[in-house]
Design a protein around this ligand. Structure first.
Ligand code: 4AD
Ligand code: MG
Length: 433
């Protein structure tokens, strides 16, 4: 095989004869001339075949090519001001690598979302899906960069766990040899807390699982979360880091993925408005505000998706809601000394109705209080022995948070449903493909 040139490189190769290998995502012909749209993963380009300029045999083959055929085109790179990249390829020869024997299932016409999800393995090739998933990669990189630049230690936490992380109601349970049940991790937080006492500032980034029977645009059963845990940081310091992280990720993304955001038709103005400081409301203030806006929420209830949307619509940037009632939050959150009905926690609500993207808190660092919370929630103390022991040996003030990758990507790309923000979504009703 002769060497191939990537499509992204073509603008620097004007006048050269090159070989490009890729997929044919569209073509049309008019008599002696055919226009082939090629994609190779680095970019897209139009190749123009004119009978007489390219080999006769090659030209005849064109008529039989189906959409998504894999081909290698040899041609001359030519400047073309109408092309988005400024170049097109003038075909000299064409090699068919594989030509589908049937029509590609995804056509230009509108398909229902069920059909598209059933063909997710092919749907990934569509421009919109490609752009969203490239942004996902960019957000993941920007998140890692933020923590690496600040010398947080990456600590990978287990996926098979013996204890409940968040809530007993959404656990995936599986038999584990002679040891009873194991659970798929809902969070790596408890393990990160152990690492935090060893290394100070730590983070993890990986898949987490929730057997949530929620069929909403914000819920997946498998999603990716980056979690950070910091020693000697309290509830306020925790929010400072989250605010810096979100601003840094948005800036990074605007710099590296403007092309994708533009292709997605994303309005950049709301993203450019993401600047510190973010408003910090207490849960009690949020409830008052919501009631003033017509919500029937009562103090003590968790905020629902509609409440989150209504509340965030009052602000032009992400908003923190702090100090939720103890009853609606997990056992590990530190009691709020100023109002013991509440805990030292905060959710970050994204703008434009994308809901909660971060959940975090200061952790209960008192052995007895934590033990009482574990018992109070009916959790088996045995499974948490090691977690309690962290409060026996040098317990310190510490805090952390988790940011959901798919909800963040959905917000940043302006994608309505989180299922398009992950390559192969897992939901209540789907595990294929
Ligand atoms: O608020 P959550 O449940 O917090 C935790 O798991 C903490 N242990 C994190 C920590 O303090 N280390 O989840 C954190 C974030 C949510 O804000 C949301 O972005 C995302 O994870 N998330 C989901 N994303 C998609 N589908 C679901 N079912 C999700 N559940 C949570
Ligand atoms: Mg939460």
């Amino acid at each position: 095989m002769s060497a191939t040139t990537s499509i992204a490189e073509l603008p620097t190769r004007v006048g050269d004869t090159v070989r490009v290998a890729g997929w044919l995502f569209n073509q049309r012909s008019k008599g002696k001339i055919a226009f082939l749209q090629l994609r190779d993963g680095t970019a897209r380009v139009q190749a123009v075949a004119v009978r007489g300029e390219c080999g006769e045999a090659a030209f005849d083959v064109l008529a039989d090519l189906k959409m998504e055929a894999s081909v290698a085109v040899t041609g001359v790179v030519q400047e073309d001001n109408r092309a988005p990249s400024g170049v097109e390829l003038s075909v000299r020869d064409l090699e068919v690598l594989q030509n589908p024997s049937t029509d590609y299932p995804i056509a230009k016409k509108e398909h229902g979302v069920d059909f598209l999800l059933e063909h997710r393995h092919l749907w990934l090739r569509s421009p919109r899906q490609e752009a969203v998933l490239r942004v996902r990669g960019g957000v993941a990189r920007a998140l890692r960069r933020f923590f690496d630049d600040r010398d947080f230690v990456l600590v990978d936490t287990p996926i098979l766990t013996g204890a409940i992380g968040e809530s007993g109601s959404s656990l995936f349970t599986l038999p584990y040899f002679d040891l009873g049940n194991a659970y798929l991790a809902q969070t790596g937080q408890l393990y990160l807390e152990a690492a935090c006492a060893a290394f100070g500032n730590v983070y993890n980034f990986g898949p987490t699982f929730r057997a949530e029977k929620s069929k909403t645009r914000r819920h997946l059963t498998e999603f990716w979360m980056l979690e950070a845990e910091m020693a000697f940081v309290d509830g306020d310091g925790n929010l400072d880091v989250q605010e810096q992280m979100i601003c840094s990720v948005v800036q990074d993304l605007l710099a590296t993925h403007a092309g994708e955001l533009h292709a997605l038709g994303r309005d950049l103005a709301p993203l450019e408005a993401v600047q510190p400081p973010f408003p910090r409301l207490s849960y009690t203030e949020a409830v008052d505000m919501l009631r003033g806006l017509g919500s029937d929420i009562e103090w003590g209830r968790d905020l629902g998706a509609d409440d989150e949307t209504l509340l965030s619509s009052q602000f032009d940037r992400p908003v923190f809601v702090r100090n939720y009632p103890r009853e609606v939050k997990p056992f590990y959150m530190k009691a709020n000394a100023d109002d013991p009905r509440t805990v030292v926690c905060a959710d970050l609500l994204a703008p434009e109705g994308y809901g909660e993207i971060i959940g975090g808190s200061q952790r209960e660092d008192d052995y007895r209080l934590l033990q009482a919370r574990i018992a109070g929630d009916g959790l088996p103390e045995d499974a948490y022995r090691w977690y309690l022991q962290l409060r026996e040996y040098g317990s310190v003030v510490h805090s952390g948070f988790g940011i959901g990758l798919e909800r963040t990507v959905a917000w940043l790309t302006g994608t309505h449903h989180v299922r398009e923000a992950i390559p192969f979504p897992r939901t209540l009703s789907r595990i294929y493909p």
